[in-house]
Design a protein around this ligand. Structure first.
Ligand code: RIB
Ligand code: CA
Length: 312
């Protein structure tokens, strides 16, 4: 399955990259980088490094947007470490990114492809929004957007908003209203694919570079949050793309809140009965955007997919 990942590497983006790079089911056509967990200037070398560890220096990497469309950049270094890679201090990758902007890389790859390609954004949606605004001709060449972003209920960046959407709400709104087929892999399922400290240690001791890096990053997460388990986050999104049968998916109207003091960046999921949600109301206009939302997940299924890919 032909895919392009859009990342803000990031500990859990690294999990997603390791899986996508090593899965026999994925043809990783490229990786585009955007600011998010850390500044773009760190996201790019982190991404190159993870692909090198995965043995995939053939996969092109392109640098994208380094600021949100209309929001201050806050990053999430408290979660991912100052370097965005668990402060592991890994030596830099040997190769450089492509000499082309991520948006142009996406446009060119999509337009040159004989069949539509799935995009898997695992970061603020700035690159994707700019692509759709600047090059609407790519719309028929995008098979689906398989997005790690949003939440049905409790947020993480705020009470109501998930980080990727909160860091660039305008970009998320543009993407969610694009009319493209979207699968929203939100926090409710994102949180559930985890590994224990013992499993992370077994990855480190496996002698396999990809597994060792995954184990080290998971251990960083556990030490950082003083827990005995840690999630592969974005990695679960890629695992569920590889084998969607482990997701429970329901279709709802979804809109991104842009103006609420307490709710900016919330993905408002209208779970009322369709007949009610579609009715004109004095309280709320109809949302008119149906999104496939992951509401439950078979975590063991995706732990197995991840484990097999990194252990080879
Ligand atoms: O809210 C979690 C998401 O934000 C993940 O993709 C994480 O890597 C950060 O980008
Ligand atoms: Ca991410």
């Amino acid at each position: 399955m032909n895919v392009i990942l859009d990342v803000d590497t990031g500990v859990d983006d690294a999990m997603a990259l390791l899986l996508a790079a090593r899965s026999p089911d994925v043809n990783l056509l490229g990786v585009t980088c955007v600011m998010g967990n850390v500044e773009l200037k760190k996201v790019v070398p982190n991404t190159l490094k993870v692909l090198e560890v995965a043995g995939r220096t053939d996969v092109p990497v392109a640098r994208g947007m380094n600021q949100p469309l209309n929001e201050k950049q806050y990053n999430a270094k408290g979660v991912h470490g100052d370097d965005g890679m668990g402060n592991l201090g890994l030596p830099p990758a040997q190769r450089q990114e492509e000499p082309v902007h991520a948006v142009e890389f996406l446009r060119r790859t999509l337009m040159e492809s004989p069949e539509p390609i799935t995009l898997i954004p695992l970061a603020p949606l700035t690159n994707i929004a700019v692509l759709l605004l600047q090059h609407p001709e790519v719309l028929p060449k995008i098979k689906q957007l398989y997005i790690m972003g949003g939440a049905i209920g409790m947020g993480n960046a705020s009470a109501t908003a998930e980080f990727n959407v909160r860091q660039d709400p305008e970009a998320a709104d543009i993407v969610f209203r694009s009319g493209l087929p979207i699968l929203m892999y939100g926090l409710e399922v994102f949180r559930q694919v985890t590994f224990t400290r013992a499993e992370a240690q077994s990855f480190i001791e496996s002698g396999k570079p990809a597994a060792k890096l995954a184990g080290q990053l998971l251990t960083f997460f556990m030490d950082n949050f003083n827990r005995d388990a840690a999630g592969i986050g974005d990695g679960g999104c890629v695992a569920s793309f590889i084998d969607p049968a482990g997701l429970t998916i329901e279709s709802y109207p979804v809109r991104v809140e842009l103006t609420g003091t307490w709710t900016r960046g919330q993905t408002v999921v209208d779970r009322r009965p369709a007949i009610t949600a579609q009715r004109e109301s004095a309280w709320q206009p109809p949302m008119n955007t149906m999104i496939d939302v992951a509401v439950d997940i078979e975590a063991d299924r995706y732990r197995d997919i991840f484990r097999r890919a990194i252990l080879g």
